[in-house]
Ligand binder design. Structure first.
Ligand SMILES: [Ca+2]
Length: 125
């Protein structure tokens, strides 16, 4: 049930939780309490509460954030590795960089071409 004494009720961006004789306003994931009745979206990028790699761009999203490797880097945004210069040339010919982790937890930068399927492992580190 929403609503309470003095006409107070949970604002948008909250989860109203019914308690015995009362209620409280919880915040969903990625939001934080601003007062008893309201929650605000957290800009993880602005407040530095993100796990993006130092070579990634952080973008705030509703309830979360997104990491993307900067130009010239490849990876999932949490781990970005520089694309070696000669690889950039291959990328002009349809190769795309894929950053993998090997079973021994090394990084492998592979350039992959779809048609025909070709993999070139360019660097292990
Ligand atoms: Ca956010």
């Amino acid at each position: 049930m929403e609503g309470g004494e003095l006409g107070h009720h949970c604002h948008s961006n909250t989860v109203c939780v019914n308690t015995v004789g009362s209620y409280r306003c919880d915040c969903p994931e990625g939001y934080e309490q601003v007062d008893k009745f309201g929650c605000a979206e957290v800009d993880e990028c602005a407040v530095g509460r993100h796990r993006c790699h130092e070579n990634a761009e952080c973008t705030n999203t509703d309830g979360s954030y997104r990491c993307r490797c900067r130009h010239g880097y490849t990876g999932d945004g949490y781990d970005c590795q520089r694309i070696p210069a000669p690889s950039s040339l291959l990328m002009d010919h349809g190769y795309r960089p894929v950053l993998d982790k090997t079973p021994s937890n090394e990084h492998a930068l592979t350039l992959r071409k779809k048609e025909p399927m070709v993999d070139l492992v360019v660097r292990r580190f």
